[in-house]
Write a protein that binds this ligand. Sequence first.
Ligand SMILES: NC(=O)c1ccc[n+]([C@@H]2O[C@H](COP(=O)([O-])OP(=O)(O)OC[C@H]3O[C@@H](n4cnc5c(N)ncnc54)[C@H](O)[C@@H]3O)[C@@H](O)[C@H]2O)c1
Ligand SMILES: O=C(O)C(=O)C[C@@H](O)[C@H](O)[C@H](O)COP(=O)(O)O
Ligand SMILES: [Zn+2]
Length: 370
Amino acid sequence: MSKIDDVRVNLGERSYTVRVGRGLIDRAGAEIAPLLRRPRVAVVSEETVAAAQLARFRAGLEGGGVAMEALILPPGEATKSWRHLEQVVEWLIAQKVERGDMVVALGGGVIGDLVGFAASVLRRGVRFVQVPTSLLAQVDSSVGGKTGINSPLGKNLVGAFHQPSLVLCDIDALDTLPGRDFLAGYGEVVKYGLLGDAAFFDWLDANAPAMAAGDKDLRQEAVRHAVRMKADLVERDETEQGDRALLNLGHTFGHALEAATGYSDRLLHGEGVAIGCLLAFDLSARLGLCAQEAPERVAEHLARMGMKRRFADIPGDLPGRDGLIALMAQDKKVQDGAMRFILARGIGEAFVTGEVPRAALERLLDEALA
Ligand SMILES: NC(=O)c1ccc[n+]([C@@H]2O[C@H](COP(=O)([O-])OP(=O)(O)OC[C@H]3O[C@@H](n4cnc5c(N)ncnc54)[C@H](O)[C@@H]3O)[C@@H](O)[C@H]2O)c1
Ligand SMILES: O=C(O)C(=O)C[C@@H](O)[C@H](O)[C@H](O)COP(=O)(O)O
Ligand SMILES: [Zn+2]
């Protein structure tokens, strides 16, 4: 058996382990069974992931003596909706999932966020296991307990904090992930270096091309490192009263762009995050908070990885500057009606601030839209 990295998320009675390694789906039953009161689970996934990974997951469960029923939803961001939340909750009720039972989210961040939220409201809260199958879900969305759905007015505006009981990050699952989705997930990976770990950014600068090309040891190391960084922030600030907001680097811009593009495949979440991170560094340099060299390095890195980094890389029309600012004003970091941003003093040195003059924001967006 190849090496498994265990990252513990210490949150008192809500503590859990994130297991990172190869082959975890193939032995899902053995991994999950110790948590079960009876040997069955309710699995929610989506069509693309089910085609690629469900047979493996079912065999893995059965190998450990665990039976399953599955609900398969449509893929894509639009599934994080009221309609599909109702569908999941009603299906779980019809399956007679009890308070002591376990729900499993098998998929990317869309399924993890939706199913985690359904689990948080079902019978006032049932336990769930995250089996993240996208890079983004492995490094970010499966850890930390943020669950929810989108509103047409903004991303993740309806949701709950509900921590999983176990997270299984199977690096082999990434074999079937399309390249565009791998790079979108990489947007969240590089975010960790940018927000708080310049040495990790340097490591990514050297290793990310090989990682994207398929090197599994590098993938495992990147996932482990990112999960450890996220666990540290979540342990310090579970419900985002302070430092956890650093994980939102790039998201004030990115979420507005996702809403503006109708949560469609014009822009994936991680793509919006990458564009948003570059904007945050650009704004930081314009405000004299960091050297101009910092956004230049970020732009060069994203370009070398073949990632979207400008508004012009998003197909179709975008709203004007004021329309984008109106969408940004729905951000959950808004306090007393004022927007707050994650800016940076350099690579790896992000901080939260409410002090961004409106004129600077307008100039930034005008130039980005030109
Ligand atoms: N809760 C959090 O802390 C948190 C953190 C970051 C992002 N998010 C949310 O996560 C979502 C984005 O997650 P995502 O990028 O995983 O999107 P996703 O769930 O839509 O998955 C991306 C694409 O990859 C496909 N896919 C996933 N795993 C696959 C596999 N192994 N093989 C083949 N195809 C596979 C999916 O079908 C989909 O088309 C957004 O809604 C975002 O808001 C939440
Ligand atoms: O876990 C967090 O905290 C994050 O901010 C991680 C983000 O990558 C993620 O996209 C999160 O869902 C955004 O949170 P939101 O509160 O801005 O909706
Ligand atoms: Zn994100």
